[in-house]
Design a protein around this ligand. Structure first.
Ligand code: MHO
Length: 183
């Protein structure tokens, strides 16, 4: 029996939001992805203040998905495929608490799925170091500035996009080849 309205929301932080948006948008069942900030102390944060690391916000994406097409566990599996959940407050060269790995859950069911998946990934020893991804209730989501939305689609030749975003998007296409919108 279904007891949850669809579509559902997932709020995820795993480094630069340009990467998560570009990668996840490729998957069937992902209806929209909005880049923003969550989990900090200030209201209506902007990119500059979040980048300073002083607001406490993480860069996150708010994902709207159809659970009949992609269930939450599969979505989280994709999330873990495109970032490193073992580096505290860091993704590659991006360092700071705004780049922390975090799953902001919208209900108890999401919390259980997230914790179970982390336990399974830990048992499988996918990474050589412990998973540091935080699982906590979704706080207020603050939408990022317009120019951060669809950033990769709009700026495919930008240096960071070519060096960091494109490989992550490509990795997800490879790992989730059977689940692509254009596949
Ligand atoms: N180090 C990258 C991060 C971009 S991301 C939206 C840059 O400053 O361009 O945080």
């Amino acid at each position: 029996m279904k007891d949850v309205a669809k579509p559902q929301l997932a709020t995820l932080g795993g480094g630069c939001f340009w990467c998560l948006e570009a990668a996840l948008l490729q998957l069937k069942g992902i209806e929209s992805v909005v880049s923003g900030y969550a989990g900090g102390e200030t209201r209506e944060p902007d990119y500059h203040s979040v980048c300073s690391g002083r607001t406490g916000h993480a860069e996150v994406v708010e994902v709207r998905f159809d659970p009949d097409v992609i269930d939450y566990r599969t979505l989280l599996t994709a999330f873990f495929a495109i970032h490193d959940p073992t580096t505290l407050n860091r993704q590659g060269n991006d360092v700071g608490s705004q780049y922390r790995s975090v799953i902001f859950t919208h209900n108890d069911g999401q919390k259980k799925v997230a914790e179970a998946l982390i336990a399974d990934l830990t048992a499988q020893r996918i990474w050589p170091a412990p998973i540091v991804t935080a699982v906590s209730p979704a706080p207020t989501f603050w939408r990022a500035e317009d120019y951060h939305q669809n950033y990769y689609a709009n700026n495919p030749l930008q240096g960071y996009c070519q060096a960091v975003v494109a490989p992550k998007a490509a990795k997800l296409r490879k790992v989730f080849a059977g689940r692509l919108k254009d596949g």
